[in-house]
Structures are given as C-alpha cells and as structure tokens.
Design a protein around this ligand. Structure first.
Ligand SMILES: NC(=O)c1ccc[n+]([C@@H]2O[C@H](COP(=O)([O-])OP(=O)(O)OC[C@H]3O[C@@H](n4cnc5c(N)ncnc54)[C@H](O)[C@@H]3O)[C@@H](O)[C@H]2O)c1
Length: 278
C-alpha cells in the first residue's frame, strides 16, 4: 500500500520519501511503482515524461530525520496497532509542528492512534484502497480531536490526486471493510464447512453476484494477515459474535500463507497460473 500511495502522490507532482524497515523493501517498491507507471504509459493514461518525473520524485528515507520537511506523513505499515503506535511515538519529534500525520489503517481506531502522537488535532485517517493507482476511493476518518483545518487540508490534498473521498465516522473498520470483510470471512467459513471448493466459491460470486474477483481471490490480494487483523478489530471493537474470524483464516495466517505476498494463500502462486489449494 505504501508504494501505491507513493506512486499516486509522486504522479500528483509532490516529492515523496519512503521509509521502511529495510532498503530492500524500498528497492522492491520502486520496481513495482516503475512497472505500474509503465503500464499506465502503455494504456495512454500518462506520458513517459510523467513516469520519469514521478520516479525522480521518490527517494528512500533511511532515518526519521528524512521526514523533517514533510507537510504530510502517511503511515502504511503492517495492520498491527502496537507497530503503528511505536512508529507514531518515534517519528513525532522529527516532524514540523504543522505537519499532518495520517494513517492508512483499514480498521484501527483513529482516535486511539491519534492519542499516541503529539498532535491529535492534526491527525487523520486517510484510507486508500488497493491497488491505489486504480481505485478511485479514499475513506476520510476524523478522530475525536481532528480539527477542521486538518480535515479540509487532507481532503483537498486527496482530491487533488484525482481521488473521490467518502467520509466515515471513527468506528471499527470504517465503511468499506465493515461491509467487505465479513463477506470475505463468510466465504472462508463456506470453504471451512465444505459447502464449496475455492474455485466453486469464487466462480459463484464472480458469475452469480457479478463481483470482479471472487472473495477468496480478493482475500489473497489484500493479504490474509491484514484480513484477519481487520476481523479481530471488528470482533473486539463491536463485541458481536457475527464478526468471529473463521478458524481456517487463522490457520492460514499461522502457517505463514498470507496470499499473494507470500506466494501462497487460498491459491498457490508459485506456478505459471494460480492453483486453488482446496
Ligand atoms: N492490503 C490491502 O488491500 C490494504 C488496503 C487498504 C489499506 N491497507 C492498510 O495499509 C497498511 C499496510 O498494508 P499492506 O497490505 O501494504 O501491508 P504489507 O504487509 O504488505 O506491508 C507493510 C509494510 O510495512 C513495513 N513495516 C512494518 N513495520 C514497520 C516499521 N516499524 N517501520 C517502517 N515500516 C514498517 C513492512 O516492512 C512492509 O513493507 C495496513 O494498515 C493495512 O490495513 C491495506
């Protein structure tokens, strides 16, 4: 998600610094960004000059000092509250006082994350969708302390990138994932209970409900660890058993079968074409 956000922000004419745990992560990100920009050139959406300029605007920031000039920081690390909290505590001392801090979290409370920073009034949820260069929507979520200036600046910025915003209250998983993830979780239960195979379930939803991707294919695309984290936030945050993560989803994550990113999930991606695993 971080590389997708860097892609659209750089294409929008802004300098971008990417920070990650290791330089190799940045190298992979740049390769992906280049591949996706090249695809946009081939389809006539942008010119080769746009591609080159966008790539030149993206640099690697090894330390948090590299964020010192940023007007906006978008956190897009692993969907784990402890990881995110640690990042916010660590970066804040390096940021300009008026810099806005945003999180791309799919589910975690914006108010709670904001409280770990030195600027809850300049903190906001900016939930880009996957894949960022293709998906039109960004959910905007205010924490209880987010001020009007921050909300307006953040919304104007996102819209200047050509995205459409939808405003959500700060409830677990906001709007899109509150609706989407229980459906994916139900698809995993359908598989777990033996109602249908991976292929049957995905075919059923593609052709029977006209979804562009089957729910299990989509789960692999999102990342099964991210899906599980979102279901846990829904289950704990809304205290309703209807959000209980499917034990089969838990088992896949425990096995390290996280979907596309680990080359194995409900499909096996190690061969020429994805093969259903059940
Ligand atoms: N996958 C999706 O479809 C999707 C869609 C919308 C939003 N999101 C949200 O975006 C965020 C990232 O999701 P993702 O799918 O890209 O996850 P991912 O697991 O693919 O990538 C997470 C990245 O964060 C990095 N990271 C972890 N700890 C870090 C730290 N302390 N400092 C710097 N970098 C660190 C990892 O090295 C990795 O590159 C999550 O909050 C997720 O909920 C995901």
């Amino acid at each position: 998600m971080g590389s997708g956000i860097a892609h659209v922000v750089a294409l929008g004419g802004h300098d971008v610094v990417i920070n990650d745990l290791a330089k190799e992560r940045f190298d992979t990100a740049i390769q992906n960004i280049d591949k996706n920009l090249t695809r946009q050139v081939a389809s006539g959406k942008i010119t080769d000059e746009d591609r080159e300029k966008a790539l030149a605007r993206i640099t690697f920031g090894e330390t948090y000092e590299s964020l010192a000039d940023a007007d906006l920081v978008v956190e897009a690390a692993t969907e784990d509250e402890a990881v995110k909290r640690k990042i916010f505590v660590a970066i804040c001392p390096f940021l300009k006082p008026d810099a806005i801090v945003a999180t791309n979290t799919s589910s975690i409370s914006i108010t709670r994350l904001a409280a770990t920073t030195d600027r809850p009034e300049r903190f906001i949820g900016m939930h880009f969708m996957n894949p960022v260069p293709v998906m039109e929507l960004v959910e905007m979520i205010r924490g209880i302390a987010t001020d009007d200036v921050t909300f307006t600046r953040a919304k104007d910025f996102v819209e200047s990138l050509g995205k459409t915003t939808a405003v959500s209250e700060d409830f677990p998983a906001f709007m899109v994932n509150r609706i989407l993830l229980p459906m994916i979780n139900e698809a995993v239960y359908t598989l777990y209970e033996g109602v249908g195979s991976v292929d049957a379930i995905d075919t059923a939803m593609r052709l029977g409900a006209h979804h562009p991707m089957g729910p299990l294919q989509l789960a692999d695309f999102i990342g099964l660890d991210t899906c599980l984290s979102i279901m846990q936030v829904l289950y704990e945050g809304l205290a309703d058993s209807k959000y209980r993560p499917c034990p089969l989803l838990v088992k896949y994550v425990e096995a390290g079968w996280l979907g596309r990113k680990s080359k194995r999930g409900f499909y096996d991606y190690r061969g020429e074409s994805p093969m259903p695993t059940r």
